[in-house]
Every structure is written in structure tokens, then in C-alpha cells.
Design a protein around this ligand. Sequence first.
Ligand SMILES: Nc1nc2c(c(=O)[nH]1)N[C@H]1C(S)=C(S)[C@@H](COP(=O)(O)OP(=O)(O)OC[C@H]3O[C@@H](n4cnc5c(=O)[nH]c(N)nc54)[C@H](O)[C@@H]3O)O[C@H]1N2
Ligand SMILES: Nc1nc2c(c(=O)[nH]1)N[C@H]1C(S)=C(S)[C@@H](COP(=O)(O)OP(=O)(O)OC[C@H]3O[C@@H](n4cnc5c(=O)[nH]c(N)nc54)[C@H](O)[C@@H]3O)O[C@H]1N2
Ligand SMILES: [Mo]
Length: 771
Amino acid sequence: MTREAPRQDIDESELAVSTPKEWAAGIPGVLVSLGRGMEQMGAGRTVKTLRLLNQRKGFDCPGCAWPEGQGHRSVAEFCENGAKAVAEEATRRRVDETFFAEHSVAELSERTDYWLGSQGRLTHPMVLRPGATHYEPISWAESFELIAAELGELDSPDQAVFYTSGRTSNEAAFLYQLFVRSFGTNNLPDCSNMCHESSGSALNQTLGIGKGTVSLDDVHHADLLLVVGQNPGTNHPRMLSALEKAKGNGAKIVAVNPLPEAGLLRFKNPQKVRGVLGRGTDLTDEFCQIRLGGDLALFQALGHLLLAAEEEAPGTVLDGDFIREHSHGFAEYAAHVHALDWAQVEEATGLARSQIETVARMLIASKRTIVCWAMGITQHRHSVATIREMVNVLLLRGMIGRPGAGVCPVRGHSNVQGDRTMGIWEKPPEAFLDALEREFELPMPREHGFDTVAALQAMRGRTADDRGLVFFALGGNFVSASPDTEVTEAALRSCALTVQVSTKLNRSHVVHGRTALILPTLGRTERDVQHTGEQFVTVEDSMSAVHASRGRLEPASETLHSEVSIVARLARAVLGAEHPIPWEDFERDYDAIRDRIARVVPGCEDYNTRVRAPDGFVLPNPPRDSRSFPTATGRANFTANRLEVLRVPEGRLLLQTLRSHDQYNTTIYGLDDRYRGVKNARRVVFVNPADCERLGVVDGQLVDVISEWPVGTRVEERRAAGFRIVAYPTARGCAAAYYPEANPLVPLDSVAEESNTPTSKSIVVRLEPAG
Ligand SMILES: Nc1nc2c(c(=O)[nH]1)N[C@H]1C(S)=C(S)[C@@H](COP(=O)(O)OP(=O)(O)OC[C@H]3O[C@@H](n4cnc5c(=O)[nH]c(N)nc54)[C@H](O)[C@@H]3O)O[C@H]1N2
Ligand SMILES: Nc1nc2c(c(=O)[nH]1)N[C@H]1C(S)=C(S)[C@@H](COP(=O)(O)OP(=O)(O)OC[C@H]3O[C@@H](n4cnc5c(=O)[nH]c(N)nc54)[C@H](O)[C@@H]3O)O[C@H]1N2
Ligand SMILES: [Mo]
């Protein structure tokens, strides 16, 4: 398979490479954030907007899910990349009816996500009629009728797929899942299926709740933090302040990553004089430059070393009381890791045994250990087992449900965790469906629905002549975010109808079904006024804190509806005006939705009152709150996980796809990856200099990247053409390229076991001189 990606609007030959940075943030970060604001919003709006970001009376940053502090908040509770996210939404640029009249869909489909996203905010509902060349304006009422008609044509509700991206508020998410289930399907894939699904799977099995067990305060007071498979300097910059604080309290930090990411090495806090003028804070005490996918082996080895140390000095290493009183499966786990094969560990991790021993000593010395992780852990074939293995190590030392200790999966989208709490889940727990049925006195579908990969697999191979299929997306950019771009695009093109509820133009609008709709919506930053007056919404951060978010800016256009309003109106159009659920009341006053959330969603009792508290409230978390573990065994589960070394054939590399410093997922802010020293271009592939030599390629060379995926006795190939090699200090045998440019290389069927997450961080590739 070959696919020429659209890239005429970026001149990749402008690439400039300099030495990677060894520190993050500082003055350049502040300047970039202000500059981006001024460029998109102008000076007055920049100051006003950034002042409201993450303040109690303002809006939640649409950037990442890292929590704001409880109690005191600094005046500027945001980061460079949060400011970029806000500027992107609060931009004064507009994509209006004239824009669509001037640009055909064929022309727009040749543009990159970078160009599409930078055209501005969508202002009016638009429709692309069958066979038409251009989107044309349509009224809201007609849009909903059109969707209702297409959904009515389906043989079964299961022929419709309802995607969600993680910016959707709790109120909109709750209403959306209620609508979709009332319509009759659990086909509710979401971005989480490509993101932290592995964390949810592993933590549910082992701890009984698919969420982290620490608070921000715990991070501040941990004495050892392992930051594994995560690049906080770019993706969760406010986390650096928390790490700095922990360091100030004497914590040690271990970073586990194939790349020496700047944010992990040193942090210059722009809010402190020392950060502005001085050297900043050295964050990492031990940098383990691991091979891609080696983390399972690393944590198994750490468990082995802890057990060995306990054998030497019984009663000094393990938390015997915790293991006895709260855990299950210890003996089997201990026997399994006892038989560790060090050669395998060294091959899998690329780390020296002595370094792993150093980390084990740090674990033994620690009284309060936290393990943080993100996509470097969740997007591999053995992700779920890897996370279980991290849990094993924490359980050995009783590091769950103790202040300053626990698991910390660092979420991506600002409300991805809340969306799941509200029922955006293709595999809803029975108890949740029971609660919905009780509350609304309507039957809910019980059969599990499609997640992202399953939805695409079901759509694969269809043609536009096949019957039906409606794809509806509440936010996000499904086409660019999903794996296997060519397969994904064909799948979307085979739909009878594609609908995108969006703030900005993206590739999912120009790769479309027979009929396509764009429904423009309010962003987080904007005032949301309904019949009963100004509304607020609620969100849940990565540490289960739920709080209000109030938009303050004037909407990008008078025509925009909120997501709540779009879902409520859609439900009325599809389910009929006589439907027993009072959709209209929900739209008039979001308190009415919250009253229902309070009665349906566990832990949300008295929701309307509690979300009005200045810092909101924290959802219950049994492992953290009381060391109780609602698992199948009623205890925290140790697990024995098979160690398998990812072997790469001769002449190949293991490729990870990651984010540059200048993007938010598929939204490309700019062409610089400041910390990694890359400027003006995105089609680059980072390769270790020794591998360049071994493979006979040189720094700066133009190559095609070809992925190899065995299917039976054949090897399927996928090609992404025209990448520039950047010789870079990544781990040996590993390579890196940016998402979404590298997505055509990720085979749809290459997924994490159990969580079905695309393996975006381990793809076997070879490089060929570009032809
Ligand atoms: N500015 C900005 N902020 C964001 C986002 C954004 O795009 N831009 N995206 C948001 C979203 S949705 C998410 S999910 C998060 C993503 O946050 P991250 O997970 O930090 O994002 P990635 O860029 O995918 O980085 C993965 C990191 O894991 C490392 N890694 C890759 N494979 C392995 C491995 O096998 N082992 C180990 N130990 N490390 C590995 C990579 O080198 C890299 O440092 O950020 C959120 N915040
Ligand atoms: N190869 C590879 N693929 C990946 C990943 C990877 O690391 N490598 N990461 C995966 C991860 S972690 C994730 S989370 C997914 C992300 O997948 P998505 O969440 O689907 O993608 P985004 O790029 O975040 O979506 C951006 C679009 O959301 C819309 N938008 C922004 N704000 C709002 C809003 O407030 N409301 C509405 N309705 N729309 C809004 C805009 O139109 C914008 O164009 O991608 C996954 N794909
Ligand atoms: Mo994500």
C-alpha cells in the first residue's frame, strides 16, 4: 500500500535541525505562549483569555487533563502549550460559508491538517450533498432532519457509530450516551480507545477501578517518582511544576524513556526568579534509556530484585501486612518472577543490569513511590500486561492507598476521564445500564458495541454501494487520529452519512461519506447561554477531581450551538417529540442534566451542589480512600505476566509515533519541535547515529518509511513517503516519527492485547532511499 500524504502546504525542505535542549519551559516558553495568543487573538483578548484559564471563575484548560491545585492557584495557572490550545480556539479567524464556496472538498483534501486547522473557527452548519463538489450552508433544523432520515434508513441501530473525543463536557457526554443508547446501540467508541484504554483495562483487573489513585498532593509528597513513557515537558507542562515541588521536598525522579526528553531532564519554572534567571531544577536522578516496549521486562526485573532483597533480609523490603491483608495472587507472582531470565531482560530493555539494580535500590529506600505513565506505555502490544507489572511492583511495597504513593496514569484530553465516568463506553458495566433504565424507565441495549478499532474493522472493505452506516463524531478528528490512514479513509468514505460536531476544520470533514455534515459548536472558552441564562459545564481531571468550567468569551459566531444543545436537538429529531426523556428541559438548563447524573452515575450524589464548591469535589476511589479493591477477588491482584522480547528482523527498526512540541494531537500549531531541535518541518524520522551507520543511511537523507506487518505467511507493507532522517540520541534499534504523519504505517490489526489499542508506539519499519 502506498499513500501520498497531502503536504503541498508545508515546505519540508526548510527543515533546520539543532542540538536538542536539555531543559524545558523558562522564558522562551512564556514568549511563545504570548506570541501565539497575539497572533491569533490580538493583545486585549490574549490578556483577558489567559487570565481566566484554569481559574475558579474561568474555564478549564482544553489542553491536557493534569489537575489544577486545590485551594491556592497561581495567577498564571497555565503553560505554553495550554496557551496555544486556547489561542487555537479563541482565534479571530473564521471558516464561514464564503470559505466553503471558494474551496472545493477535493481541493481541501489535498491540504494538511496544519493548513486546515489554521483557517479558523467554523461558523455555520454545512452540508455536502451526494455528488456535490462543495459544502453548502444548511439550517440547524434541516441538519437534524437529515440525520434522523439517514438513521431511520438503517436496518439496525448497530449500523451507526457514535465517536467521542475527550474535550466533551460531562453534561454533553451524559446526554450523548443517553441519546445513543435510547436510539438502541452501545457503539460508542472514543479517543480513549487509542489512548489510556490499556490503563483502564489493567487497573480495573488489578485494583478494581480504571483510574489513577493519587492526588496532586500525593505527587508533591512522594519521595520517589517514576515517570515512564511520558513527555510531560510538551504534553503536560504543568506537571513539571509538580515534579519541581516534589524535588523541593526531597523526592527522587527516575525517567524511563527511549528519548532524553528535555522536560524530564531540567525545568526552568517561568513563575520563579530562579527559573527565569538560573539553571532551573534538575529533575531526573536516573535516566533509563529503555528500548521501545521494554518496560514489562524492566518492571518484572524490579519485582525480581525486590523479592531477592527480601529473601536476603526478611521483613525489610516487602510490605507483608499489605500483601496478607489486601492482595491476592502473591505466591504465583513471586514464583513467576523468581525464574527471571536476565539475558531476556537486557535484550528487551537495552538497559544494563547494574542500572536496573540502582532503580531497585531506590524503590527499596522509598517510603512513598508513585509511578506515572502515558502513551509510551499504553500503545504497545503488551501494554496491559506492562501496567499490571508496574502495579505488581507497587503492591509488593504496599504503595497503594497510602499518602504520597500510588498509580498515576496521566490522561490526555482534558475531559477524557469524565466522559468515561459519564458512560461513554462501548462496554458499559451492567450496573450502569440498570441505573439508566431505572432513572429513565426505558430499556437500554445490553450487547457491547464497537470500540475504535472494531468500528473500523467492521467498516473495512465496504464500498459506498453497501447498505447504510452512519458515522457521527462529537468532536475529534477520527480520520487523522485513527491508525492505518488508508483503511480508515476508505471506511469513512463507505458511509452513507458522516457527521462531525467540531470547532475547527480538519481532515475528517474532507474525507467523508456520501452525505456529510459539519455542525459547528462552542468551545470551552465561550459563553454558553440557554433559555434559563448562562450555563456552565463540568469536567473531571486525571486525578478524579470534578469541577465547573465557565466559558467567558463571545462565541465565534451567533449561529453556534453548544454540544449539549446539539445532542438534545438531535435526540428530539431522531426519537420524536413524544419521546419520554425531556430533552428540551436538559437543553434549557444544564442543572436538569446534572440532577440525572447525580442519580445515575456512582459517586455523583448531590452533583449540582458539589460542583458549585470552589474546587468542586473528588470522586470516590476505593483503593485510594480505604484500601478496598472492588476486583473479582475483592483484593488487589498480583498477576504473572509472560515476558516476551520484541525482536526486530535484521535491517529493521522499531518505530514509535509521537507528538512534537507544536501540536495538539492532530491539531498542528506550528512546525517547530523546539526541545528536540527540529524547525520548520514535520516529516522527519529520528534515528540513532549508530543505527544510521548500520543501515547505511545518513543524517538529512530523504527516505520512505515502510512498515512490515506479518499476516499469515505474507508480510503486509505500508509506505509513508518522503521523511528526512534526523540523527538523534534515541535508544538503539528504535526510531520516532510524528503522529499523524506516520499513522499510515500503523496496521489496523496491530493492537494491544485486551485493550484493543492501536500499537502506535511499536511498528517494525525499514527505511528506503526516497525514489
Ligand atoms: N501540547 C500537547 N499536550 C497534549 C497533547 C498534545 O498533542 N500536545 N496530547 C494529549 C493527549 S490526548 C495525550 S494522550 C497526552 C500524551 O502525552 P505523552 O504520552 O507524553 O505523548 P507522546 O508524544 O505520545 O509521548 C510518548 C512518550 O513516551 C515515550 N515512549 C514511547 N515508547 C516508549 C516505550 O516503549 N517505553 C517508554 N518507557 N517510553 C516510551 C516517548 O519517547 C515519549 O517521550 O498528552 C496530552 N497533552
Ligand atoms: N499514530 C498515533 N495515533 C494516535 C496517537 C499516537 O500517539 N500515535 N494518539 C492517540 C490519542 S492518545 C488520542 S487521545 C487520539 C486523539 O484523537 P481525537 O481526539 O479524535 O483528535 P484531536 O486531534 O484531539 O481532535 C481535534 C479536533 O477536535 C475538534 N475540537 C476541538 N475542541 C473541540 C470542542 O470543544 N468540541 C468539539 N465538538 N470539537 C472540538 C476540532 O475540530 C479539532 O480539529 O489520537 C490517537 N492517535
Ligand atoms: Mo490521548
